[in-house]
Design a binder for this molecule. Structure first.
Ligand SMILES: Cc1ncc(COP(=O)(O)O)c(C=O)c1O
Length: 516
C-alpha cells in the first residue's frame, strides 16, 4: 500500500493557522528571539541580585510577604516579561535566601557552579524526559555514563547501576524499597503479609529522618526503624549494629537493611563504613550508605579515604546538590547489583512494553520510581566537562578546611561550647551565659538564631542535642572566611546576651523547637 504524501500543496484545504498571541509564548522556530531575550532578562535580574546582595537574607517575615503574594490576581496576566520580572523582584528575588552569600551558614544548601546553571538552562528548554529513550535519546546515555562514573568512584564493581532521583529522600526511599523486596524475595504473598510487620531497619540516631519516612511509606511497622545510639563521636558503633541484628533475630524479626551515614546532617560525621560493612556481610544484611552529604569526598583530592568501605555497600545515596555544588535537584541512587533495580520495574504498553527489554532499548523508567523525570544529569555532565572532578573536589576540600577553622574559632572562644568536630563541614555549638540567667541558655540560643535571620546579616541553623538547644554552621561556601565566622559569632553572642539581659529573673518565653 502506498501512503498518501501530505505537503502544503497537497492539502490546500488545511492552511497553516495564524499564530495566536498565546502561541507566541511557546518555544518554537518562530519564537527563538523572544526566548533568548526572556531568559537573558531573567538571568540579568538574578545576576544583579547576586552582585548586590549585602547579606544572605532580608529577614522578611511570612506575614509581611504573604499579602503581596496574595494580592496578585493570577487570572489577570501582565502580558509582558519585564513587568512579570518587576513583580517577581517584589515577591521573590528581593527577599530570597541567597546561598551564594558567605554568611549563609545554615542548611545543606550549596552555592552553585556556573556550568551547572548552563545545564539547567539547556535541560529545561529542551525539556527531555528521562523515562524512555524515545523522550530523551542522548540524555539517557549521558545519565547512564554519569551513574557508571559515580559507581566507579564508589568502587561498586562491574554489576553496578543506578538512576538519578529528585534528592536524598527519594534515593533513600528507593534503596529501602529494594532492600525490602530483597528481604521478601522468596516470600509467597501470604508470607509477605506476615513478614512485612516483622521487617526492621537499623539506623543511626544521627541518621536522616528520611529513613523513618521511607519505612512509613514502605508499609513497615511503626517501630520498624531500630535506632542505634552513637558514641560521643556521633558515629554508629559496629558492635551496636551487630548487637541489634542479633537481638532482632532472637525476637523473630528480619533485619532488611542497615543504614550507615557518610556525613550526618548535624555533625558531618561518617560512620565506620568498613566495619559496618563487615557486620552486614557476616549477617547477610543489605547495607545502604546514605552519602547524601559526604559524597563530595568521592572527588576530594585529599579526603577520599574517609569513605573507605563505601565500596562494600549494596546501595548508596549521592546528593550532587549538596556537595557537588549542583542546583536542586540532583541526586542518585547507585546499587551494587543492577538486578535489584527490577523491584521498581513495571511495564506498560503505552510507555515501556516488556518487548523493549529484549530489543535492548534503554528506558530509564524501568529503574526509576518516577515516570516523567528531569534531565538533572546534564548539570553534572557540564560541570565535569567544564571544570572536571578535581576542581569540584577542591571546592569541597576548601569548605571542609573552612569548617575546621570555624570549629577551632568556636572551641577557643569562651562564650561558646562546641560539640564533636565534623569530618565534613558542620559546626554544632551553643552560646553559654556565664553569669546569672543560665537557665535561659536554650531560649537565648534559639532567639539568637531568629534575631540573626531577622537582621538578614547571617543565617545559621539550629538543632537539639541531648534535649538542649544548639546552633549549627553548615559551611558549603568556599567564599566564607574565618572573618565571616568570627563576625557571626559576635552577632550571636550579642543577640543571646541581650536576650538574657532582658529576661533574667523572668520565666523564659514559651519557645517552640525550630526545624533544624
Ligand atoms: C544525610 C542526609 N540524607 C538525606 C537527606 C535528604 O536529602 P534531600 O533533602 O535531597 O531529600 C539529607 C538532607 O539534608 C541528609 O542530610
Amino acid at each position: 500500500m502506498t501512503l498518501p504524501v501530505h505537503t502544503a500543496e497537497a492539502t490546500p484545504t488545511h492552511p497553516q493557522p495564524r499564530a495566536t498571541p498565546a502561541r507566541a509564548h511557546v518555544l518554537s522556530a518562530e519564537t527563538v528571539e523572544q526566548y533568548r531575550r526572556a531568559v537573558a532578562a531573567g538571568t540579568d535580574r538574578v545576576a544583579r541580585r547576586v552582585a548586590e546582595a549585602t547579606g544572605p537574607f532580608t529577614g522578611v517575615r511570612p506575614d509581611e510577604l504573604a499579602p503581596q503574594v496574595e494580592a496578585i490576581d493570577l487570572d489577570r496576566p501582565l502580558g509582558d516579561t519585564t513587568a512579570a520580572l518587576d513583580e517577581l523582584e517584589d515577591v521573590y528575588l528581593r527577599d530570597a535566601v541567597w546561598f551564594h552569600h558567605p554568611r549563609y551558614l545554615a542548611h545543606l544548601n550549596c552555592p552553585v557552579v556556573i556550568p551547572a546553571l548552563l545545564g539547567e538552562a539547556v535541560l529545561s528548554a529542551v525539556n527531555s524526559s528521562m523515562d524512555t529513550w524515545d523522550q530523551s535519546a542522548g540524555g539517557t546515555l549521558i545519565e547512564r555514563r554519569l551513574i557508571e562514573w559515580t559507581a566507579d568512584r564508589i568502587g561498586l564493581g562491574p554489576a553496578a547501576d543506578g538512576v538519578f532521583t529528585s534528592g536524598g529522600t527519594q534515593s533513600n526511599l528507593h534503596a529501602l524499597l529494594l532492600a525490602r523486596e530483597e528481604a521478601l524475595a522468596a516470600a509467597t504473598p501470604a508470607d509477605r503479609r506476615i513478614m512485612l510487620p516483622q521487617l526492621r531497619i537499623i539506623a543511626s540516631a544521627a541518621g536522616h529522618f528520611s529513613v523513618q519516612k521511607a519505612a512509613k511509606l514502605l508499609g513497615l511497622a511503626p517501630d520498624a526503624v531500630v535506632v542505634v545510639e552513637t558514641g560521643p563521636d556521633r558515629r554508629m558503633r559496629p558492635g551496636a549494629v551487630r548487637h541489634e541484628i542479633a537481638r532482632c533475630r532472637r525476637a523473630g524479626l528480619t533485619v532488611m537493611a542497615v543504614v550507615a551515614t557518610a556525613g550526618t546532617t548535624d555533625f558531618g560525621t561518617i560512620d565506620p563504613l568498613d566495619e559496618i560493612a563487615e557486620v552486614c556481610a557476616t549477617a547477610g544484611v543489605w547495607l545502604h550508605v546514605d552519602a547524601a552529604y559526604g559524597c563530595g569526598l568521592l572527588v576530594s583530592p585529599t579526603r577520599r579515604h574517609l569513605l573507605d568501605g563505601i565500596e562494600r555497600a549494596d546501595s548508596v545515596t549521592v546528593d550532587y546538590h549538596k556537595s557537588f555544588f549542583q542546583p536542586v535537584s540532583s541526586s542518585a541512587l547507585v546499587v551494587r547489583d543492577r538486578r535489584t533495580l527490577r523491584h521498581a520495574t513495571w511495564h506498560a504498553d503505552y510507555l515501556n512494553p516488556a518487548r523493549m527489554v529484549a530489543q535492548r532499548i534503554p528506558n530509564q523508567v524501568d529503574k526509576s520510581l518516577q515516570t516523567t523525570r528531569r534531565f538533572d544529569a546534564l548539570k553534572l555532565w557540564l560541570t565535569l566537562r567544564v571544570m572536571g572532578p578535581d576542581a569540584v573536589g577542591e571546592l569541597f576540600d576548601e569548605v571542609c578546611d573552612r569548617a575546621t577553622q570555624a570549629w577551632q574559632l568556636v572551641a577557643a572562644d569562651p562564650r561558646f561550647e562546641v560539640l564533636t568536630r565534623s569530618q565534613l563541614s558542620t559546626v554544632v555549638f551553643r552560646w553559654r551565659p556565664t553569669g546569672p540567667g543560665r537557665e535561659l541558655a536554650d531560649a537565648a540560643n534559639l532567639r539568637a538564631r531568629e534575631a540573626l535571620a531577622a537582621s538578614g546579616l547571617a543565617v545559621v541553623a539550629g538543632t537539639r542535642v541531648d534535649s538542649r538547644q544548639y546552633l549549627k554552621f553548615t559551611v558549603l561556601n568556599p567564599a566564607t572566611t574565618a572573618d565571616d565566622v568570627a563576625y557571626v559569632l559576635d552577632l550571636i553572642a550579642e543577640h543571646a546576651g541581650r536576650y538574657v539581659h532582658e529576661h533574667a529573673g523572668t520565666a523564659a518565653a514559651d519557645l517552640t523547637c525550630p526545624v533544624g
